[in-house]
Design a protein around this ligand. Structure first.
Ligand code: RIB
Ligand code: CA
Length: 311
């Protein structure tokens, strides 16, 4: 086998993060070198515990690093109403035996970027606070990252947490601004792409019948958010981080990607956290964001099925 691609995931698990992590655990072409944990969906205590528990259920021994407990500047509401107050459906699981590493997530991101310089696939599935902190400590970080895939934003301002903004960006817009200004290229799976790539709840129920500990655990922790979603959004379920992870693991599945300039709105009663895209390309800023418009739905769903069935 050719050398595996080193993969570092910054995440705020969260039920859809968990599905994305299961996809990463199941990909033979990538070597997962670390999980750096953000606050976002729920508080850092829970997101760290959830990451450790998912690794234990999956039998995956990857180091887990705790990051920032709050956004850089302004406090922000979490998404416990979607994921459960503990972020994993409030099922009351037995905590994992393994402990979190002592090293801070921002320092781990920098260290791993040196250890895997030029080859690292960095994937961000939550608010960008840890990555912004890493950039403030060492602005040369982007030089060592081969690919950077982000789940976040709403490219025509059809948000999910405010009318204009998506949760990950809205939770820490200052961090998002720092990150989007620092990287020469960001591959983006935004909320609007997520909505365009939903899958039927009935199909998910079938996929969860797989005979695996991962499927059993995921069925438990996802039930609350799946019921919430069916009630609010109808027959299709949307796992935002899973789409970003498909784009990261198998970019060849992307059917349409548009390169555009994108800026983060930091001000405004209504617009804070919005991702403003220069669609006509007339603003003069470099088109550094590769926006995923269409992904192969069958390939996407196959990655999810495989991740749940893996033992
Ligand atoms: O808007 C969706 C994003 O916000 C996902 O990453 C979800 O896990 C939450 O963090
Ligand atoms: Ca997330």
């Amino acid at each position: 086998m050719t050398d595996r691609i080193p993969l570092l995931i910054d995440t705020d698990p969260g039920v859809d993060d968990a599905l994305a992590l299961l996809m990463a655990f199941n990909d033979p072409r990538h070597e997962l070198v670390g999980l750096t944990i953000a606050a976002g969906n729920v508080g850092l205590k829970h997101t760290v515990a959830n990451a450790l528990k998912l690794c234990e259920v999956a039998g995956v021994e990857v180091p887990v690093f705790a990051g920032a407990a709050a956004p850089l500047l302004h406090p922000s509401p979490d998404a416990g109403y979607v994921h459960g107050q503990d972020g994993f459906g409030d099922v009351g699981y037995e905590p994992a035996r393994r402990q979190v590493e002592a090293e801070h997530a921002a320092l781990a991101i920098l260290r791993l970027s040196h250890e895997h310089a030029g080859k690292l696939l960095l994937v961000a599935l939550g608010p960008l606070t840890n990555i912004a902190l890493a950039l403030k400590l060492d602005p040369t970080l982007p030089e060592r990252v081969a690919r950077f895939v982000v789940m976040g934003g709403a490219v025509t301002c059809r948000g999910n947490i405010t009318p204009a903004a998506e949760f990950n960006i809205y939770f820490d817009p200052e961090a998002a601004h720092i990150v989007f200004e620092a990287f020469e290229r960001i591959e983006l799976a935004d909320w609007e792409a997520v909505i365009a790539h939903g899958f039927l709840h009935d199909d998910v129920v079938q996929w969860l019948q797989a005979d695996s500990d991962r499927a059993r655990f995921y069925e438990r922790i996802s039930e609350k958010t799946r019921l919430w979603s069916a009630d609010r959004r109808g027959a299709h379920w949307h796992a935002a981080d899973a789409l970003a992870m498909a784009f990261a693991l198998e970019p060849e599945g992307a059917l349409e990607v548009l390169d555009r300039a994108l800026a983060i709105e930091l001000e405004g009663q209504h617009g804070r956290g919005a991702t403003i895209v220069d669609w006509r390309g007339e603003g003069g800023a470099p088109a550094r964001v590769a926006i995923l418009m269409r992904y192969d739905q069958e390939r996407f769903q196959g990655l999810i099925r495989g991740a749940l069935a893996a033992v």
